[in-house]
Design a protein around this ligand. Structure first.
Ligand code: 13P
Length: 279
């Protein structure tokens, strides 16, 4: 993932990181990237890894991404559990995120550094978070009032000591569906990105306006996370297919409809982030 992000940062575009749910959605991410020659990140939440197990997940990704001509990374999203991080590193994930952002600064720093020490010898990329990104991601709930943005001075200290390959500072975006217009702290993003020089991960991608993406990417976001969009497409397409064909009971057709819609939405986002043709 590190190499993809370095190229994206230099080229002022971002790599789409899509949270997959099953084999079908994993295939949709891979086929979308292949169709428009884009590098892409397959992202798994900790819950998804626990639900399926790391072995089935890695075997789908190897089968789909192995023969692919486009660069594909496999990333573990927000993880607080060092044992699960280790399991993913040992199983073949190319990238992991340690999310110790709910801990006091010093503890977050120490845990994040521990993960860098664990991952670096295996050439696995590390993403770390500072500040609280609001909303619900996996089992991490952050109430709006508790949310705090990343402090630029702390961010610089954090990055100097942890040396993450990718940095996720809270800049005002939120996981889940936005209620109202998010206030993005562009000034902080610019200061953190320019002073640390580390590719920034933009969390909470679902529902952001195109202009917000453009501005964040121009200021240093090289990875954009999209999860809720895929969850909604997954369920909505199932319901839509059933409503239109309520006597059919043909699961393969339902999965076909889900695949098509997921792929369409992923392609649209990759194009928007500037990743098409960059493989
Ligand atoms: P959304 O669910 O808002 O797309 O956010 C995804 C994300 O940031 C995953 O870490």
């Amino acid at each position: 993932m590190k190499d993809m992000l370095a190229k994206a940062m230099a080229g002022k575009y971002a790599i789409g990181a899509f949270n997959i749910l099953d084999y079908n959605s994993t295939k949709a991410v891979v086929k979308a990237a292949e169709e428009i020659s884009a590098p892409v990140i397959i992202q798994t939440s900790a819950k998804t890894v626990i639900f399926w197990g790391s072995e089935p997940l890695i075997s789908w990704v190897r089968e789909l991404a192995g023969p692919s001509k486009v660069p594909i990374a496999l990333h573990l999203d927000h993880c607080k559990d060092l044992n699960l991080i280790k399991e993913c590193i040992d199983s073949g994930w190319t990238s992991v995120m340690i999310d110790a952002s709910a801990k006091p600064f010093e503890e977050n720093l120490a845990l994040s550094r521990q993960v860098v020490n664990m991952a670096r010898p295996k050439d696995v990329t590390v993403e770390a978070e500072l500040g609280a990104i609001v909303g619900v991601e996996d089992d991490i709930h952050v109430k709006h009032q508790d949310a705090h943005l990343a402090d630029p001075e702390q961010a610089i200290q954090f990055c100097l000591q942890v040396e993450p390959d990718c940095f996720a500072p809270a800049i005002g975006t939120a996981h889940g569906v936005y209620k109202g217009e998010p206030e993005i702290a562009y000034d902080r993003l610019e200061e953190i990105a320019s002073k640390t020089g580390i590719p920034i991960a933009l969390h909470g991608g679902t529902g952001l306006a195109n202009e917000v993406f453009r501005q964040c990417i121009a200021l240093g976001c090289a990875k954009v996370n999209i999860s809720t969009q895929l969850k909604h497409t997954f369920i909505d397409e199932f319901v839509a297919y059933y409503n239109a064909n309520s006597t059919e009971y043909n699961p393969l057709k339902v999965m076909g409809a889900q695949f098509d819609k997921l792929k369409e939405g992923i392609i649209e986002k990759i194009r928007l982030f500037g990743g098409a043709g960059k493989a």
